[in-house]
Write a protein that binds this ligand. Structure first.
Ligand code: PHE
Ligand code: ZN
Length: 849
């Protein structure tokens, strides 16, 4: 670990690379602790560069030799890379280094996962493989030769030859080093093929460990659907002869879009009905799509530097969201995405880790693969599309691909494309990329002589390093309903550009009921005191499904807040409205299930904090439990009937229709279990032939304090299946009582199957604790202390995964003085760890402020 003062990298310091690369040839001689990497790189001076300083990144490499144009050289090597005197003309660099994949526990660079070699190079992992200008604006075609005794040897691009103990690959598409990949191991393939719209046949393969063959079908279907969709919706065709996907057990993130060789966390690709839930299937479908879509938005057009990360990530998330909307239900997908945005991005944007969608500085780029860059980045594109319209968006995207194919681009390039394609001035809109924080929008209404006026005011609270905020362009989709429930003004997008701004609607017979921010048209917090009756009216009548859901959700939220603040009884109007919606068979079951989901406890804590109250996690937990009991009572007659009618007959399919039914059925089961002591859940568990039904039943049982026999049986049945065992670990923490969640997590860390160096398993236990609001924020600090212990232990082994989980502490200043003191002590203990990684140091530093 480096002890030198951490360096801050600034966007404004960007300079083009001194040398460009025309061609890369790599040879790998694989060996667990002594892999040799030979590189042959053709460099050429960059006419656009301000300097001629030759620098190659390189970390933890054992130098063997280096040569320029065949002449041995002795470069000056530091911890970060090397410098060397080079010709001011094209030349060939050759080097040989030794690396040790077996001891690489950080899972970055070339590492081993249960005997299999694999790589992870984004963002800056290639420098742990060989010396190279490891920056995304250096793009080159790669040829790779792999020598090793593993039966399967894979790299990017097309295969050009193979024999006993070797294989060669060539990727003709110039790419940055972060998209390099290599895999070697004892793998089996599920194969298929895809004919592109111009008639080329692409060989598809999903590579897994022997034994996992039965978990590949869904991923393959999702891949083919993604390839078709990108042709149909974006006109984007695949560009190599093969497309390979590999499932890896040890992986820091979900998956990686390496050119022609996507590498997936096995949890993000492997699924069978018995082992994966409907939610897993949907997530796999969207991640497969996401990585595939990167082929155009990320790979063919990449980022100039890492500050531009949202250029590929925001756009690719937006595209995978569109894909899921098209394949499943657009309304349900929008609700899911907003729930996730509020659960993950809003806390980030409102706390010490707030940063713009395009950050302006960082110490460790790995810390910026955030909900802000990804999810808010996608929201910004959604707003852009709403503002320029579908046609304008399509024109702009065509221009983007035509103008920038093969380039490493910036957000300015992206916005210019929209300006050129649509003639719009986007300078104010561009603030969404540079200004952090979640805007608050308040609303006033007036009605006079048939004219209805909405006046909005926007305000973005200060964020670290950004005190003053400017007004943003906010598209506010509004529809108006008449008091009898008819829509009198269909959805119209109001373009707010000023701090305070009015919009009028004329010729109305009576004062309408406004439906504001339909489809969640902007990532803002709407601050409006709405009478309960109006919310109940929108819950029953809004024609915009998102806002109908939102009305129900906000009634539930206000009911919970009233319980927490004043001990108020649950809102009877909401319960009645809920029953009416549940009974409405014209509503999609998946949508009805979404209406039943209560705001998260962390969200409630944020609402309380926003209103100037100190959230008490135990009181919040109690209120939520109380409301669930009230729902169970209120819906007691309806629930068994609905449960029965949601039964799926016929073979399991993880499609929208079946999974919607199971979601609603399981929601009914959860309510019924509160009153029958888990009898129905025990039956569902015993009869379940798929994981969705089994897991839901098991959690109901645990929640009512039963289920130890089932838990043991589950363990017995699945002990050899790592992905299912992750569920077994996580569920016990998730369903623990607040007062025992930390002890449950601590006990599970002693279990022989708790392999803490595996990120999935670590997250299953400690991530579940961090997600257990009342359990993590326990008054005596036990939750904070346990997580801190484990983060301190994980940091030197896997700094990336440890640093990501430190975000659990980001809301610590919301709570009371006692909890704050415990959280601060935990953070300070992490900060004081000698040799703390750059990743960890930056995270705790920002959170301590
Ligand atoms: N680029 C990957 C994705 O969004 C995420 C990732 C980042 C994976 C860094 C690994 C390391 O699809
Ligand atoms: Zn991505």
């Amino acid at each position: 670990m480096k002890d030198a003062a951490p360096q801050t990298i600034h966007l404004k310091d960007y300079a083009p690379p001194a040398y460009l690369v025309d061609e890369v040839q790599l040879t790998f001689r694989l060996a667990p602790t002594a892999t040799r990497v030979l590189s042959r790189i053709r460099f050429r001076p960059n006419p656009e560069a301000p300097s001629r300083d030759f620098f190659l990144h390189g970390e933890a490499l054992t130098p063997i030799r280096a040569a320029i144009d065949g002449q041995e050289v002795r470069p000056e090597i530091t911890e970060a890379g090397l410098t060397c005197a080079v010709p001011d003309a094209p030349f060939t660099w050759e080097a040989e280094v030794e690396i040790s994949p077996r001891t690489n526990t950080a899972l970055e660079g070339l590492y081993m996962s249960r005997g299999m070699y694999c790589t992870q190079c984004e963002a800056e992992g290639f420098r742990k493989i060989t010396w190279y200008p490891d920056r995304p604006d250096v793009m080159a075609p790669f040829t790779v030769r792999i020598e090793g005794d593993a039966p399967v040897l894979l790299s990017n691009g097309n295969p050009v030859g193979m024999g006993e103990g070797w294989a060669e690959w060539h990727d003709p598409w110039p790419k940055p080093a972060y998209l390099f990949a290599l895999v070697a191991g004892d793998l089996v393939a599920r194969r298929d093929s895809f004919v592109t719209r111009s008639g080329r046949t692409v060989d598809l393969a999903l590579w897994v460990r022997p034994g996992d063959e039965g978990k590949c079908a869904w991923g393959m279907e999702a891949l083919k659907a993604s390839m078709r969709w990108d042709e149909d919706r974006y006109g984007r065709e695949y560009d190599l002869d093969v497309f390979n996907i590999v499932a890896v057990d040890d992986f820091n993130m979900g998956a990686m879009e390496n050119k022609g060789l996507n590498i997936f966390n096995s949890a993000a690709v492997l699924a069978s009905p018995e082992t994966a839930t409907d939610a897993n299937f949907e997530r796999i479908e969207s991640i497969i799509a996401h990585e595939y879509f990167h082929n155009w938005t990320g790979n063919r057009i990449t980022c100039r530097d890492w500050f531009q990360l949202c250029l590929k990530e925001g756009l690719t998330v937006f595209r995978d969201q569109e894909f899921t909307s098209d394949l499943r239900s657009a309304a349900v997908k929008r609700i899911e995405d907003v729930r996730m945005l509020r659960a993950r991005q809003f806390p980030e944007d409102q706390g010490p880790l707030a940063h713009p969608v395009r950050p302006e500085s960082y110490q460790e780029i790995n810390n910026f693969y955030t909900a802000t860059v990804y999810e808010k980045g996608a929201e910004v594109i959604g707003m852009l599309k709403r503002l320029v319209g579908d046609e304008g968006y399509a024109k702009a995207l065509d221009l983007y691909f035509a103008r920038h194919d093969g380039q490493a681009c910036t957000i300015e390039d992206w916005l210019t494309v929209f300006e050129d394609a649509t003639g719009r001035d986007l300078s104010q809109f561009g603030l969404w990329y540079s200004q952090a924080g979640t805007p608050r929008v308040s609303v006033e209404e007036a009605f006079e002589n048939g004219t209805y006026t909405l006046t909005f005011e926007q305000r973005t609270p200060p964020t670290p390093g950004q005190e003053e905020k400017k007004p943003l362009v906010i598209p506010i989709a509004v529809g108006l309903l008449s008091p009898n429930g008819d829509e009198v003004v269909p959805t119209r997008v109001l373009e707010m550009t000023q701090a305070r701004q009015s919009f009028t609607f004329e010729g109305l017979a009576s004062k309408p009921v406004p439906s504001i921010l339909r489809d969640f048209s902007a990532p803002v917090v709407l601050e409006r005191e709405v009478p309960r009756a109006e919310r109940a009216f929108l819950m029953a009548h809004d024609t915009d499904p998102f806002n109908r859901w939102e009305a129900a959700r906000s009634l539930a939220r206000e009911s919970l807040i009233a319980t927490i603040r004043e001990g108020a009884a649950p809102d009877a109007d909401w319960l009645d409205g809920l029953a009416a919606m549940l009974r409405d068979d014209t509503l999609d079951p998946a949508f009805r299930a979404q209406v039943l989901a209560l705001p998260t406890q962390s969200e409630l804590a944020q609402v309380l904090a926003d209103r100037g109250h100190t959230p008490d996690p135990d009181a919040i937990h109690g209120a939520v439990e109380g409301l669930r009991d009230a729902m169970a009572r209120h819906l007691a007659d309806l629930a068994p009937h609905l449960y029965e009618s949601m039964r799926v007959t016929g073979p399991y399919a993880p499609d929208a229709e079946q999974s919607g039914k199971r979601a609603l059925g399981n929601a009914m089961l959860a309510l019924i279990s509160r009153r029958d002591d888990g009898a129905l859940a025990a039956r569902q568990y015993a009869e379940a032939d798929n994981m969705t039904l089994a897991l839901a039943a098991l959690s109901c049982l645990l929640r009512v304090g039963r289920g130890s026999a089932e838990l043991a049986a589950f363990h017995e049945r699945w002990k050899d299946d790592r992905l299912v065992m992750d569920k077994w670990f996580a569920l016990q923490v998730m369903e623990a009582k607040p007062e025992s969640a930390a002890e449950t997590a601590a006990r599970l860390t002693e279990h022989p199957a708790f392999d803490w160096k595996n990120p999935n398993r670590f997250r299953a236990v400690l991530g579940a604790l961090a997600g257990h609001h009342a359990g993590f924020h326990r008054a005596d600090g036990a939750g904070y202390a346990l997580l801190a212990d484990w983060l301190i232990r994980l940091d030197p082994v896997n700094p990336q995964t440890a640093a990501r989980m430190m975000t659990a502490f980001q809301t610590w200043r919301r709570y009371d003085a006692g909890r704050q003191a415990h959280a601060k002590a935990a953070l300070e203990r992490i900060a004081a760890k000698p040799g703390l990684s750059r990743d960890g140091a930056e995270m705790v530093g920002r959170m301590l402020g």
